[in-house]
Structure formats: structure tokens, C-alpha cells
Design a protein. Structure first.
Length: 308
């Protein structure tokens, strides 16, 4: 039996644990939140190091890939250094393959029309593969990185603008406490409607769930949401707001869509290799072997039919 743990600086109210079988191997997969306490997260990594098969880092990014460059968050690096024996990943290695493939799957396998759709990506730099896939599909883009992370009304419309902003801002932002840039701890339990004009503009709202949820309006009728890490309560929140289609890039596991960090950690444990030995094609091969598919739910038939 293999054991994978996502140590998250997010809310402990979102903790979850499942036992599943992957390619004949039994896995215990769990998520442990530390309510925004980075020190506690570091201690937990040190405590479990060498006792489990792989770590995921939840609620925080270690690396951001943008425009062919890689940026490292200082707080996340402190957390990663706690693992001396057990491999630790943040999901970034999987995002460039899985999330790009998810967009292609929606278009090619499910027949969802993407060309000409207005897409709000609440943050593009942490999902550059998905961002590229939307652009390649002919979508009209709005990257909300500056809006949602910094509160600046800077509308980034192209991948070039996104890369430009990343080159200028990320060397500084990656040195700041992560909680200044992203909802952690109890902030993940709050909804403070804001930026409603950007939600209203979009046909598709994609990207990090906690950014989407923290500012989402009371009404999102007919919208398509593409994200992950949702609980049953989160799904109900979207239904109540009139969302038409929900896509999670990771599947439902006993009522919870885990983050890419968890799935990447499980694939690393399954492969028996070090994270640095795995490439995008290796992840896609493993995902194909376990018959991994995104979760897609349609709640308003007429709105869902429009996307076919």
C-alpha cells in the first residue's frame, strides 16, 4: 500500500482522506490543512518525511512556469526543504500536461465549442499550459492575475502580455509572504463578491478554485466553470448560482476533487521515479493507463446543449 499526503496551508475544514486502487496498487490519499500556518506545514512535512511515499504541497505554489522561465516562491521553498527523503511536488509538473489536455479533451472528445468563447482565467501564470490551450482553441482571453492576486485593474489579454507581467512582477512577488497573494487558512472559507464585471463578461471561468470562489457573485447563470479541489458544498454553491457546466481537471474521489498536487504526488509514487525524472509525456501515459478523465457535470440542459 502506498500513502500520499497533501500538506496544505489552506483551511483544515477541507481535509479529506480516501483509499483507492491504481493499476492494482492500493493508495491512501489524504489532505491535511494547517489553517494558514506555514510553520505548522513545515513541521508536518518534517514529521512525515520518510514515512510516506510522496508529498503534495497544497494551497501554495513552489514553481510558476511562464514564457519558458521558472520562478520559485520563497515560502514554498522553505516548506519543500522539510522533505529530505520523500519526494514532494506542488502540481506544477502536472499542470502543463493535464490541464492543457483537459481543454483539448473538452473540445475533441466531448465536442464542446471553444472558438470565440470569452474565457476569464483568474490566474494564468500558475496554469500556463491551460492558458496556451485556450488561446490555441481560438478563445478570447482575460487573464486576471493582477486583478485577483494584487487588486490591480490590469487586464492582460494575450500570452505575451501575461509573460511580460510575469517577468516584471514575479521576481519580487515570489519573495513576499504567500498569504499576501493568495487566500489561505480561514480566508478560504469566505466569499466576498468583487470584480463582478469580469465574471459577467466571461462564458467560461477557469483556474484556481479559491480565487474563483473568494470573489464570485451571487449569480453566474449559464457559466462554465473549469477548476478543481471542490468539495460537495462548493459544488452546491455553484448550482445555487446557476452555473450550467462544471469541469474539474481531476476526478471526483469520494465526494472531493483533489488538487493537481495530490494527483501528481500519486503518479510519482506510482511510477517509482523521482519527480525530476518525469516529463509531461510520462504523466500523460500514466493518466491514460489508469483511465483518468476529467469530471464534467451539466446542470442546465439547454445551456449545456449550447456547448455541444
Amino acid at each position: 500500500m502506498k500513502h500520499v499526503v497533501s500538506v496544505s496551508i489552506g483551511s483544515s475544514k477541507r481535509n479529506h482522506k480516501v483509499t483507492i486502487e491504481l493499476l492494482g496498487e492500493e493508495f491512501i490519499i489524504e489532505r491535511i490543512g494547517t489553517d494558514g500556518d506555514l510553520g505548522r506545514a513545515i513541521d508536518l512535512v518534517k514529521e512525515l518525511d520518510g514515512k510516506i511515499d510522496a508529498f503534495g504541497m497544497g494551497g501554495i505554489d513552489l514553481y510558476i512556469h511562464s514564457g519558458g522561465r521558472r520562478y520559485t516562491f520563497r515560502d514554498a521553498q522553505r516548506m519543500a526543504f522539510g522533505a529530505k527523503v520523500t519526494p514532494i511536488v506542488d502540481g506544477s509538473g502536472l499542470k502543463n500536461s493535464l490541464e492543457r489536455w483537459t481543454v483539448e479533451y473538452l473540445h475533441n472528445d466531448l465536442g464542446m465549442t471553444l472558438e470565440g468563447k470569452k474565457v476569464l482565467m483568474v490566474a494564468g501564470v500558475d496554469r500556463f499550459g491551460m492558458a496556451e490551450a485556450f488561446v490555441e482553441a481560438g478563445c478570447e482571453m482575460l487573464f486576471g492575475d493582477a486583478i485577483f492576486a494584487l487588486g490591480w485593474p490590469l487586464k492582460l489579454r494575450t500570452l505575451q502580455q501575461l509573460s511580460w507581467a510575469a517577468r516584471i512582477l514575479l521576481p519580487l512577488l515570489t519573495r513576499l509572504p504567500f498569504k499576501l497573494l493568495y487566500p489561505t487558512g480561514e480566508k478560504q472559507d469566505e466569499i466576498k463578491p468583487k470584480h463582478s464585471q469580469y465574471y459577467a463578461w466571461a462564458d467560461i471561468i477557469a483556474g484556481d478554485w479559491h480565487f474563483i470562489r473568494r470573489y464570485m457573485p451571487d449569480q453566474m447563470k449559464g457559466k462554465t466553470i473549469i477548476t478543481n479541489t471542490l468539495t460537495k458544498d462548493n459544488v452546491q454553491e455553484l448550482k445555487e448560482r446557476g452555473v450550467a457546466v462544471l469541469v474539474t481537471t481531476t476526478p471526483d474521489l469520494n465526494g472531493r476533487s483533489f488538487g493537481t498536487n495530490v494527483i501528481e504526488a500519486a503518479l510519482v509514487a506510482l511510477s517509482g521515479k523521482k519527480p525530476e525524472e518525469l516529463q509531461a509525456d510520462d504523466y500523460l501515459r500514466l493518466l491514460n493507463e489508469i483511465n483518468f478523465k476529467p469530471r464534467v457535470e451539466s446542470w442546465v440542459p439547454s445551456a449545456a446543449d449550447d456547448n455541444k
